[in-house]
Ligand binder design. Sequence first.
Ligand code: ZN
Length: 220
Amino acid sequence: MFGNCWTTVLDILYPPKCPACKNPVHVQGAWCQTCLTKILSVRQINMSEHNLTHLDSCTVVCEYTGGLKRIIHDMKFRQQQRYAIHLSWLIQQNISKEDFSHIDYVIPIPLHADRLKERGYNQTEVIFKDWAMKGKMPWMPKMLERTRHTIPQWELNIRERKQNITGAFVLGRPEMIKDKHIIVVDDIITTGITLDECAKVLKKAGAASVHGLTVASGAR
Ligand SMILES: [Zn+2]
């Protein structure tokens, strides 16, 4: 009841708009059909082509292009946390718990503590938390920890990316991982090296399966 009233007040004060073209939409967080047609591309990344050996699969929801590219960039580098609702909406509309056979944990890719302090939030956590909670999937944001600074992956070639990320993650509670089915979530997948490194750490601790899920990618 209170939730409905609040939504109504919010809709009057801030009428729901598509984040890319600003045209009106029916609900907060939604994208208009025209913009959605340009970005939506739910697909599986080809594991062998990208030489990803630890991840079992990786699902991507959108093309990393146009309005979506700008929004993800603004969330990461311009403190625009308000866009999270639009990215979360894309996940919630297109991916359900049933898309994965059985899931024990959802784990977001962590930021290093210094970067988290500087940004004030981990964009991946803000985007995926609602989706995990609504699907009643155990949300485990503290399970993976980034122990050292890494250079942003987009500044590096593939060989450098591997060196940059190897050994960067540790598990908070490795004893909880054995035989578990896990989804690791991130905002973007480019080469998949970061997600695969996390999968390596989880598999080493005995994870039964590790699946990736990201909002966007330019990769096939
Ligand atoms: Zn639009």
